[in-house]
Design a protein around this ligand. Structure first.
Ligand SMILES: Nc1ncnc2c1ncn2[C@@H]1O[C@H](COP(=O)(O)OP(=O)(O)OP(=O)(O)O)[C@@H](O)[C@H]1O
Length: 588
């Protein structure tokens, strides 16, 4: 019943703590039995016809001693079983979070293809917390709830067998009641989790896009949508709570009804003369203890079921299979040649994005990729970075299939800089050290000089200048320079720049292009740019149109061909000259 073998096997280390927890609870119960035995025994001595009189003061002294001892023993056992609970929960949380983290690392930069970020956060935080109760409370209670009635049964058999049997027989009615609600609860909880993650998704997206929503005054509309989602979540939460309350009521009726039945039988046995008053009292005092552990199990049951639903989600994430990449080769690519052969790709079956692409960036070459917006340039970059996999054809790095090269080797070989490179909250130093953890201050200042950020940072707090999330306290141009500085520090043999100068001021664009061109003298560079003026000096320019390479060559020869490149160039030149003449006219 609610024993997920895979889950338990995964966190095998917590087994000893679960066993410890059960043992301490059981010892605590033995202390309780002893206490009840002493109390009823003492009460027996007070009865006029018991014949067990003895010295009253002596008896009371003995009773007080036993009671104090039992209370202390129970206190200690509760403390120790709680400690065991904590240790097993801690082990489980740590192990599961580590497994989730390792899985994400294994999925690598393409993890979002398989699972949404918000879902990962919910699973790793809330989902794992739910399992804390499963391991810390439910599982130990499960074993204790079996052990306790059996122990009590054996003890009470020495007093009166029929009463002991009735009490024991009634105990399984609680799990039967639990099983009765389980089917219904399982469906409901799976729906609850689905709704919970859906709400989380919407919330995270709306929060990230809040500024945009404000600009278009669409926040009201989105807020209504969020309200709808939240209302659905509220309703399902209420249903879950109602179900839990109802089943707790059923369990209470069974538990207290069972205890009452045991007491009635004990009294009937007393009236029939099969048992003395002391024995009857002893049974009455202990009859509730038959049911309390099982009743407690029932109350943990719902939280544990929630944990089970969460564990399904955790396993779904851990079971995600990365698309077949074939054998991972042990070799490291010896050259820096990047190559695409007869490659075709689509995000979904309805539309082909890249068609029979042949593209080669030889070691040390400066290659550019140009084309109209949406023609597939960034998709080519993402394929080279291994974020997507080709439907047909091959991608190689140094002659080895890209998929067969371990991700860490690929990441050491290729640095990718996009127009929205992620900068982390922290200091400039933190962000730079990410690229090279043993970089010296001198090396860091060198790349900052190269990207012309050094003067600005010196006026601030140097390398300790604080950056907010996504470096929102820097200008667009400064952010891009910082991303470039980090990339330069990474010092990999190959660089892919994907529109690294789009949406920034002309001065920053020129500074960044100057660095890219200087870098291309010593490194292998693939530059994706919509602005043809930036690619004039490239060794090879590939022109992409609707997912196909339509022209390849150097700037001059492509101009002479008078085809796509030439017309794009013409159009951009006219636009730029118009801009200049407009400015000149305005100044005049
Ligand atoms: N994750 C995705 N899922 C589905 N389709 C996508 C995805 N990313 C891009 N596309 C589609 O693939 C096509 C090529 O996109 P891509 O970003 O490669 O173009 P691009 O040439 O880099 O454009 P731009 O110059 O505007 O950045 C586009 O039509 C786009 O709609």
């Amino acid at each position: 019943m609610m024993m997920n073998k895979r889950l338990i096997a995964m966190v095998g280390e917590s087994k000893k703590y679960i066993a410890g927890n059960v043992i301490f609870q059981w010892l605590g119960m033995l202390a309780n039995i002893l206490m009840m035995y002493s109390i009823t025994g003492f009460l027996g001595t007070l009865l006029p016809d018991s014949g067990r009189g003895g010295d009253f003061y002596q008896n009371i002294k003995r009773l007080v001693l036993v009671v104090v001892f039992c209370i202390l023993a129970r206190f200690l056992c509760t403390l120790l079983s709680n400690r065991m609970s904590f240790l097993s929960a801690k082990t489980v949380k740590k192990t599961l979070r580590q497994k989730i983290y390792e899985k994400l690392l294994a999925l690598g930069s393409s993890y979002q293809k398989y699972v949404a970020s918000s879902e990962v956060v919910q699973i790793a935080v809330e989902g794992v917390d739910q399992l804390e109760t499963y391991f810390g409370a439910y599982l130990p209670q499960f074993f204790y709830a079996m052990l306790a009635p059996l122990t009590l049964f054996i003890v009470l058999c020495f007093v009166n067998v029929p009463a002991a049997i009735v009490l024991l027989v009634c105990v399984p009615m609680i799990p039967m009641a639990i099983v009765f609600v389980q089917k219904w609860a399982k469906k409901l909880l799976s729906k609850y989790w689905g709704q919970y993650t859906a709400l989380g998704d919407t919330f995270l997206e709306d929060l990230q896009g809040l500024t945009t929503l404000k600009i278009y005054q669409a926040d009201g509309y989105k807020s209504e949508k969020m309200d709808e989602e939240a209302e659905k979540f509220r309703k399902i939460t209420m249903k879950v709570l109602t179900m839990q309350l109802n089943s707790i009521t059923i369990m209470d009726i069974v538990a207290y009804g069972g205890a009452a039945l045991g007491m009635i039988v004990a009294i009937l046995q007393y009236r029939a003369g099969h048992i003395d008053l002391t024995g009857t009292l002893f049974i009455i005092l202990l009859s509730a203890d038959f049911f309390i552990p099982m009743r407690q199990l029932g109350s943990f049951f719902h939280v544990a079921m929630n944990g089970m639903a969460a564990s399904d989600k955790i396993f779904a994430l851990l079971d995600v299979k990365k698309e077949e990449t074939g054998e991972i080769a042990e070799e490291v690519p010896q050259t820096n040649d990047l190559c695409m052969q007869d490659l075709s790709f689509s995000y979904d079956e309805s539309r082909q994005i890249l068609v029979h692409i042949n593209l080669s960036v030889k070691s040390g070459q400066f290659v550019a990729l140009v084309g109209a917006s949406g023609c597939g340039k960034s998709t080519i970059a993402s394929l080279f970075m291994g974020r997507n996999t080709a439907d047909q054809g091959q991608i190689t790095l140094g002659g080895l299939p890209l998929a067969a090269i371990p991700e860490d080797v690929r990441m050491q070989k290729i640095t990718y800089v996009s127009h929205d490179a992620y900068l982390f909250k922290g200091s400039v130093r933190d962000n730079l050290l990410m690229a090279k953890e043993d970089a010296t201050e001198g090396e860091m200042w060198k790349v900052l000089e190269q990207t012309k950020l050094a003067d600005f940072l010196r006026q601030e707090e140097g390398l300790d200048t604080k950056l907010l999330e996504k470096a929102s306290n820097l200008s667009g141009g400064q952010r891009q320079r910082m991303a470039l500085a980090r990339a330069l520090l990474h010092d990999s043999p190959i660089y892919i720049f994907d529109e690294a100068t789009s949406n920034i001021d002309v001065e920053s664009e020129n500074d960044i292009m100057e660095q890219i061109i200087a870098l291309a003298k010593t490194k292998t560079v693939l530059l994706i740019s919509h602005r043809l003026a930036n690619v004039v000096g490239a060794d090879q320019i590939y022109v992409l149109e609707k997912g196909q390479i339509v022209e390849v060559g150097q700037h001059e020869s492509l101009l002479q061909e008078q085809k796509t490149y030439a017309s794009l160039w013409q159009a951009q030149q006219e636009l730029e000259n118009y801009g200049k003449s407009e400015k000149g006219g305005a100044q005049a």
